[in-house]
Design a protein around this ligand. Sequence first.
Ligand SMILES: [Zn+2]
Length: 247
Amino acid sequence: MVITVCVAVYFIGANYLIHNLDQKLDIQTSSQSSQNDQSSKTQQSESNSTKDTQDWKLTLVNQNNLIPENYTIEVTELNNGQAIDKRAYPYLQEMMDDARAAGLSPIICSSYRSMEKQTRLFDEQVKGLQNQGKDYVDAVAEAKTAVAYPGTSEHQLGLAVDIVSEDYQLLDEKQEETPEYIWLSKNCSKYGFIVRYPNGKTDITGVIYEPWHFRYVGKEAAQEIMSKGICLEEYLEGSSSSSSAKS
Ligand SMILES: [Zn+2]
């Protein structure tokens, strides 16, 4: 499977112009699956009493929760070379269709990444830093601030997409000023998506504010998360105890 993914070079990406990909999202080929035939059981480090932590839509992947070793999904490939978990695809398509019907021009510039792809992106980041004179240990540490360490990227779940405005394709905070982001952040929960790395939650998520990274969690969770202004970690921990996530 060949998937073209725009490298989300978060920090050095200030001047990184994303390729203007074909915006049409109709299915090109359907149902590509990973070779591993083991079923995908999600694993959560936190358990709670009311939320179904085995729910595939709520799988938590971050620096402390690696993607499950045998995680397997079937993806739907989009015409622009992007791909998403086929279970989330209809909701993404509907959201993009409605955004376009509202006169907007959102572009999906990054989506599913295999472990191999994420590893390659990370290794390229490390090499680039080494070429700038950094030793390996420092290069790895710095690379982790820009590209998720393999196994810790939500993009490996197939449930995350980076969406930018056709008129502003940089992955930086100014993305939040685009009409596309304003519409998406207001409406995404109706389709089951959340702004996964909100402003002010970096110490919980471990990821900088990313007003372009949307994650599918299902409508119920999305509406609670977006209406309360919390992040996925806080949502998942919310019912397990009275204490909130670390601040
Ligand atoms: Zn992303």
